[in-house]
Design a protein around this ligand. Structure first.
Ligand SMILES: [Zn+2]
Length: 499
């Protein structure tokens, strides 16, 4: 993939476009280990900005960060029957602690060092965390316990889909314990709202929120809520989930507390998580045929300054001006980068920063210095907007924060418009099949509540129930019949093919 070669257009092959765009924006790279990936500095910078925003929101809602071990005794995972069933097929185990020289000169595990009880590399931390919680909580006054952990996770996976599906990924997992079922439910719903706010206001990615059907519920949870976003290929991405775990884990880990009335009760708990998958969601929501497009609130660089000159004299004048522009923008709280590389032509730099999705580019050439003006170029424009503006310097500098806000808003509007255009309300199963086999999208339809109907849809079309939408996301005229069997609808469901 030479730099001068264009990207595969999205309309031609979305999956190929996605891989190319992630690699060429230098977000991530493949690693020698199948199923794993390397997150490059530019991609990690993006993740750090996501982390920072989320971390602030978690703390504003009363949570504290902590860290729990990477290794979990196998017996812990085995305790919750549904939990073990859900994760059994994708666990990485540590069975030995030492290597010795093998017969052919290589290294092999020392049979004498085999662990009595294998350790699981965490696929999620409910078990080890509720074991700790059971020691920390005695009385109802010790509750609620509101903890978050930033960590890596391993769920064995041989295919690699950069950011979307990898054996190891980064995430946060919130784990909370409460004295009443009402408080646990409130927490699961509250954190779903926090995720939605983050996705919509920071990622400019609209989501439908709601409850998962039982077949898509987290193993060991009473019920699961999710945020579902629609990617540009009209497939859904589960972007975040929150789980009301009821007393399921407390019972297995003997996590009890003395209630207000003096009795011994099992705690009520929740867990919730989002991962580096969000980076993939961001790319597939906003990217175009020139590269990724980053919302200003999360972009590692909101503005890149590109100096343009030929002679030494021009060089001195242009770089001097670039310095002033850089410090003025920094003072205004803008994340700005100067691209002073002299090995690349300005055109090559423009192309690279477009590929990397930087929201604004400021060009400064000798003529601009003479005229005391700046050239401000937007990465994406809304209808009726000019891509390029020649502005008096002071006006240009003053307008940058406002332009960034405008870009952020317009990106959300564009994504939301696309989502609405590709969301349908259907009652006819044949029309549904046709749509899922063709253009795809979100479909609102009735569901009788039976797993048989869910399975039939999946077999026929590969679509699944993404969520049973919450009140704010239901259709104005909810369906009364099941899309599949025609029986009485128990709920309205949002169906889509998903990542
Ligand atoms: Zn049905």
């Amino acid at each position: 993939m030479a730099d001068d070669k264009g990207l595969t257009p999205r309309s031609e092959d979305f999956a190929t476009w996605y891989n190319e765009v992630v690699l060429r924006a230098e977000l991530a790279d493949y690693s020698p280990v199948r199923g794993s990936m390397v997150i490059r500095p530019y991609g990690y910078g993006l993740w750090e900005n996501m982390q920072r925003a989320l971390d602030d929101m978690f703390k504003e809602t009363g949570h504290q960060n902590a860290y729990f071990p990477l290794f979990i005794p196998l017996s812990f995972i085995s305790r919750e029957a549904q939990h073990v069933e859900g994760f059994a097929k994708e666990m990485a185990l540590v069975t030995h602690t030492r290597l010795i020289a093998g017969a052919d000169g290589g290294l092999v595990p020392d049979p004498a060092s085999e662990l009595e009880e294998p350790l699981v590399v965490r696929p999620t931390s409910e078990t080890i965390i509720y074991d700790a919680f059971s020691k920390w909580v005695q009385r109802y006054r010790d509750l609620p316990l509101l903890i978050n952990q930033w960590a890596n996770i391993v769920r064995w996976e041989m295919r690699t889909r950069l950011f979307l599906r990898t054996a190891e990924f980064l995430w946060q997992e919130g784990h909370t314990a409460h004295a009443t079922p009402e408080e646990a439910e409130e927490e699961a719903v509250r954190m779903l709202g926090v995720y939605r706010t983050f996705m919509e206001e920071w990622m400019a990615m609209p989501v439908i929120t709601g409850r998962k059907s039982p077949s898509e519920t987290f193993p060991g949870a009473d019920h699961t809520y999710a945020c579902e976003a629609l990617m540009q290929d009209n497939r859904a991405l589960q972007a975040g989930t929150t789980h009301n775990l009821g007393q399921n884990f407390s019972r297995q880990f003997d996590f009890t507390f003395q209630s207000e009335s003096g009795g011994e009760e099992y705690a009520w708990s929740t867990s919730w998580g989002v991962s580096t998958r969000l980076v993939g969601g961001l790319v597939m929501t906003h990217g175009d045929d020139a590269g990724i497009v980053l919302p200003p609130k999360l972009a590692p660089y909101q503005v890149v300054v590109v100096p343009i000159f030929r002679t030494d004299e021009e060089r001195a004048a242009v770089l001097g001006k670039a310095d002033q522009v850089m410090s003025a923008l920094r003072d205004a709280g803008v994340r700005v980068e100067l691209d002073g590389r002299e090995t690349l032509s300005p055109g090559a730099k423009f192309y690279e920063w477009e590929r990397k999705g930087v929201p604004l580019r400021v060009e400064i050439g000798p003529k601009d210095v003479a005229k005391e003006q700046l050239v401000v170029v937007r990465r994406v424009v809304a209808e009726g907007q000019d891509r390029k503006a020649f502005l008096p310097e002071a006006e240009a500098l003053a307008s940058v924060p406002g332009i960034l806000d405008d870009v952020q808003d317009r990106m959300f509007e564009a994504a939301d418009r696309r989502r609405r255009t590709n969301t349908h309300r259907l009652d006819d199963y044949e029309a549904f099949r046709e749509l899922m086999e063709g253009q795809g999208g979100f479909v609102y339809a009735g569901w009788c509540g039976s797993e048989a109907c869910e399975e039939k849809v999946q077999e026929d079309t590969k679509a699944t129930i993404r969520v049973l939408p919450g009140e704010e996301h239901r259709s104005p005229t909810p369906p009364d019949r099941c899309l599949v069997c025609g029986g009485a609808a128990q709920a309205e469901a949002v169906w889509a093919r998903a990542y």
